[in-house]
Design a protein around this ligand. Structure first.
Ligand code: ATP
Length: 265
């Protein structure tokens, strides 16, 4: 399976005399199940816009996003529904992704019902409980009736991951999924994501401005600047022999791994 952006561009049209914004310009990116691909770049470089295009939330102005060669723009309604399950989003909770009035059981259960993953109350609860266990929320029964405000930041992020993986995605687009978390909590959630990659074979397109995190988990890195992917390569290439001056600047501005992420590997 291959998720691929080909010369994908997004221009936000100006409203009332303003200038239009070329948020993403001719982006080429590939991700497969089992991959850990990162997109890095400073604020405003177009990372979230590219993520939203990959998720099919906004259409490309030109170019394409395709799964196994089928362009998102030409998919039927049924194909789109399947696409949404196959390519799931995990955003950060401070963005208000969890409804504060719903329990964990309901938040994950609603997705299970909506996509007909299980039918009947008991089967839905079982599926939710199994998924909570998979994301390390054990015993699951003690979390089902809790509201988001009764959870820690790391636990809320795990609920978001549970809500995504319950659909059996092959690729998860994670936009700043751990950026708001404290270092030790962040390490736990990253470890979980890596475990799920190994256990379920899920791949990640991991969007972040947090370079120590990229250094820890990514295999392949795309560097964005002003809407363009200015450099790409394996993690080692990017961190040890960056070619683009912007990548060098990004790396030199980043805190060291040890300073922000605990002891080096
Ligand atoms: N809906 C929109 N309408 C107009 N302009 C937008 C819209 N969404 C994003 N932009 C602009 O597109 C550019 C890229 O924004 P984007 O959010 O993709 O960057 P980013 O790298 O994800 O930044 P951050 O890390 O701050 O989220 C910015 O100039 C932004 O102001």
């Amino acid at each position: 399976m291959l998720l691929e952006a080909s010369n994908a561009s997004k221009t936000f049209r100006a409203r009332r005399g303003g200038t239009s914004v070329d948020a993403v310009v001719n982006a080429n990116l590939q991700a497969r199940p089992g991959d850990f691909v990162a997109i890095v770049g400073e604020s405003g470089s177009g990372k979230s816009t590219l993520a939203r295009m990959l998720l099919g939330l906004i259409p490309a102005t030109s170019g394409s996003v395709a799964l196994d060669g089928t362009d998102l723009a030409s998919m039927s309604k049924t194909q789109r529904i399947r696409y949404r399950r196959t390519v799931q989003a995990v955003l950060q909770d401070p963005a208000g992704s969890l409804n504060p009035r719903k329990t964990v059981g309901r938040i994950v259960g609603e997705v299970v019902r909506l996509h007909n993953i299980a039918r009947g109350r008991d089967a839905v609860v079982d599926t939710v409980a199994e998924t909570l266990e998979l994301v390390g929320m054990v015993p699951a029964a003690s979390f089902l009736g809790r509201f988001p405000h009764e959870l820690s930041g790391g636990q809320r992020q795990r609920v978001l991951i549970a809500r995504a993986i319950v659909l059996g995605p092959r690729i998860i687009v994670a936009d700043e999924a751990v950026s708001a978390l404290d270092a030790s909590v962040k390490a736990g959630v990253l470890q979980l994501m890596d475990d799920l990659r190994r256990r379920l074979g899920v791949g990640y397109v991991f969007i972040t401005h947090d370079l120590p995190v990229v250094k820890k988990v990514a295999e392949y890195v795309y560097v964005m600047k002003s809407g363009e992917i200015v450099e790409e390569g394996t993690k080692d290439q990017i961190f040890t022999a960056p070619e683009h001056p912007y990548t060098t600047t990004l790396l030199s501005a980043a805190p060291t791994l040890a300073a922000s992420y605990g002891p080096p590997e």
